[in-house]
Design a protein around this ligand. Structure first.
Ligand code: ADP
Ligand code: ASP
Ligand code: MG
Length: 409
């Protein structure tokens, strides 16, 4: 007998008909004799609807109340799925994160899971029940409801799989696996049979929202066999693995992009020790995450300093930087919140030179100005104007022949 965790995302539970078909799929697996834990998202659009309701009530609601509100979407779907399973004659029991209990820290709206009580779930599984758990939510040490950040049901699923030592964790969604890039932007994108944890982690952190980053971190750390599949059609999906694939010898596995970027520049900063700290200190204190950082020394012993932040934090960061500009007697602050980041990712680039130049040549041929560049062992990211996003992704996809199955090494 195997233990599986199945997670179904918002579109997969977007209507009562869809919940019924999830119930049929779950029952089928359960009838084969396997133990099944199901983790559900809210119905598609529901979390956004709840956030909009909150904004109607108060411009800046407290994060604690936000979590009480936005955790409700998942409570609806777990109850409905349990009912659908009962209707099919399958014993099932639904739980909220707090009931399980999925213990988190108290960082409302982006809490981290600290511990999962397995007793209640284990007892139900041993009694032959399907256990249905609300994704995206937990409870802190004081009993407050917390949520795990957007897309957090993926992390609930992987954390449960790790805690209960499940044989596999299946993430059922509206695509049939992880693709070379978002198929909504490049229809020629190709499904990957497998991708390494390292690559998936980069793809997720660079903007591929098919899996929440923390779910991939968790799966890597606790060695959870993780698979992304379609809830609508049969197939083996994409397996996230440790080993670099023997079968595929791609230099680049995928292209990720992030539309939520903004950049800020402060020019004419005196080139002295401690300047970077003076610029970024107030930004960090305001809890604003900084992504790329570039510093250039000018001829006149001053420096220009550019960094990127999430677009939602742009105005706040700009106001803080304008104050720093006065404090440091720097020249001026400029900013742009119409930029995007496009990244190519692949463990294969570690051992190959010339990947960056192919990327830059492709963008140059399109007349796309690269505004910032950052690299690591397995990724190259560029910042470009947002109007070039689709073009850049598609042309890079073609330049690296990602639509073709790589030759066997
Ligand atoms: P769910 O509601 O099931 O959690 P998500 O919307 O969070 O689904 O994730 C699935 C979506 O991720 C797909 O519809 C697709 O547009 C997007 N996506 C982005 N990058 C990729 C990629 N590399 N491969 C597959 N899907 C991707
Ligand atoms: N419902 C939450 C969201 O929309 C969590 C999830 O779907 O994973 O972000
Ligand atoms: Mg998701």
């Amino acid at each position: 007998m195997s233990l599986y965790v199945y997670k179904f995302g918002g579109t997969s539970v977007g209507s009562t008909e869809r919940i019924r078909s999830v119930a049929e799929k779950v029952k089928k697996a359960h009838d084969l004799g396997d133990q099944i834990i199901v983790v559900l998202s809210a119905m598609s659009g529901e979390t956004n609807r709840l956030i909009a309701l909150a904004k109607e009530m108060q411009a800046q609601p407290t994060e604690r109340e936000m979590d009480v509100l936005i955790s409700t979407g998942e409570q609806v779907t777990v109850a409905l799925l349990s009912m659908a399973l009962h209707e099919l004659g399958c014993d099932a029991c639904s739980y909220t994160g707090g009931q399980v209990k999925i213990l988190t820290d108290s960082t409302y709206t982006k809490a981290r899971i600290l511990h999962i009580d397995e007793a209640r779930i284990r007892a139900d599984l041993n009694a032959g029940k399907v256990v249905v758990v609300a994704g995206f939510q937990g409870v802190d040490g004081d009993g407050n409801i917390t949520t795990l950040g957007r897309g957090g049901s993926d992390t609930t699923a992987v954390a449960l799989a790790a805690a209960l030592k499940a044989d596999e964790c299946h993430i059922y969604t509206d695509v049939d696996g992880v693709y070379t890039t978002d198929p909504r932007v490049e229809p020629k994108a190709r499904r990957l049979d497998h991708i390494t944890f390292e690559e998936m982690l980069e793809m997720a952190s660079l903007g591929s929202k098919v899996l929440q980053i923390r779910s991939v971190e968790f799966a890597g750390k606790y060695n959870v066999a993780l698979r992304v599949l379609s809830s609508f059609k049969e197939g083996c999906g994409t397996l996230i693995t440790y080993e670099e694939s023997q079968m595929e010898s791609a230099l680049i596995s995928g292209i990720a992009f992030n539309r939520d970027e903004a950049k800020l520049t402060i020019t004419g900063v005196p080139d002295l020790p401690g300047v970077a700290f003076k610029i970024l200190g107030p930004i960090a204190e305001a809890n604003i995450e900084v992504d790329m950082i570039v510093q250039n020394i000018a001829d006149d012993a001053t420096t220009d300093f550019t960094f990127t932040v999430h677009r939602n934090d742009y105005q706040r960061a700009k106001t803080l930087l304008e104050q720093t500009c006065i404090d440091l007697a720097a020249r001026k602050v400029t900013g742009d919140n119409g930029i995007v980041k496009v990244s190519i990712v692949g463990v294969g680039m570690r051992s190959h030179a010339g990947i960056a130049s192919t990327m830059f040549k492709t963008l140059a041929a399109l007349g796309i100005n690269i505004r910032m560049i950052s690299t690591s062992e397995i990724k190259i990211s560029v910042v470009v104007d947002e109007k070039y996003l689709e073009l850049a992704v598609r042309e890079l996809h073609a330049a690296f022949e990602l639509d073709k199955v790589p030759e066997i090494a």
